[in-house]
Design a protein around this ligand. Structure first.
Ligand code: PXP
Length: 237
């Protein structure tokens, strides 16, 4: 069964625009779970323009499903993750000034760093996932560094979906099967939406989790958060 983890970064972005506590991120996290979300994801970036470091312990206290913290594992990020002990930490190689994550790890070039970081997180009882592109060598590298799961960067799939969806999904199908053979768990995220999610989740074997933020929060402006979460759940069940 694929789980839906709702990424709350865009909710925090709206809150930060006014410097007050509206919308209340903690309340939104609780409501997402009440409306059916099976996980809450946050991605504190170095400039804290979305979720801030101060939000993390408050969210950790209330999230009762699965708490996933994503980010580039610099020293500050790792310290925060180890202090807050989420269920899962997703390592992402995004540059400090990146608009959004736009590529997976080079698991060969960064092998030593990833091995060390993953081992530290796993020793603290935190499940680790690493963000990667659907490339065989990168998946072999992921196995080598000891991660529990991989998260496929689905931006290119979403981008090419309308041109040729079968072609767009092919590398993900092959990579997912290969990752499963190696014993890696499979997550996916980025640019998934109500148009492209069902095709993705119904074609990818053993898809454990999708984390979705931008499109889901945008859809909620029209349909409301409760309906929107239900609509997304329908795509993956
Ligand atoms: N996964 C990772 C690693 C991300 O960085 C993001 C965006 O913060 C997402 C998933 C969710 O992407 P989107 O906001 O496009 O749904």
């Amino acid at each position: 069964m694929t789980r839906l983890s709702v990424n709350l970064n865009k909710v925090a972005l709206i809150r930060n625009a006014r410097g007050s506590n509206l919308p209340d991120l903690v309340q939104v996290a609780k409501d997402c779970e009440r409306f059916g979300a099976e996980g809450i994801t946050v991605h504190p970036r170095p400039d804290e323009r979305h979720v801030t470091y101060a939000d993390i312990p408050l969210l950790k206290e209330v999230v009762s499903t699965e708490f996933n913290i994503e980010g580039n594992p610099n020293q500050k990020f790792l310290k925060m993750v180890l202090e807050n002990k989420p269920h899962q930490c997703t390592l992402v190689p995004d540059a400090p000034d990146a608009l959004t994550s736009d590529a997976g790890w080079d698991t060969i070039k960064h092998q030593d760093f990833l091995k060390e970081t993953i081992s530290e997180l796993k020793s603290a009882g935190i499940r680790v996932s690493i963000f990667i592109d659907p490339i065989k060598e990168m998946i072999e590298g992921a196995k080598e560094v000891g991660t529990d799961r991989i998260e496929f960067y689905t931006g290119p799939y979403a981008h090419d979906f309308h041109k040729n969806k079968d072609k767009a999904i092919k590398p993900y199908i092959e990579s997912a099967d290969f990752a499963s053979e190696l014993g890696l768990g499979i997550n996916a995220g980025h640019d998934l939406n109500l148009e492209n999610l069902r095709f993705f989740s119904s074609n990818i074997n053993n898809l454990l989790e999708v984390s979705i933020g931008h499109a889901l929060i945008s859809d909620a402006l029209y349909y409301g958060l409760h309906n929107t979460i239900q609509l997304y759940l329908k795509q993956i069940k």
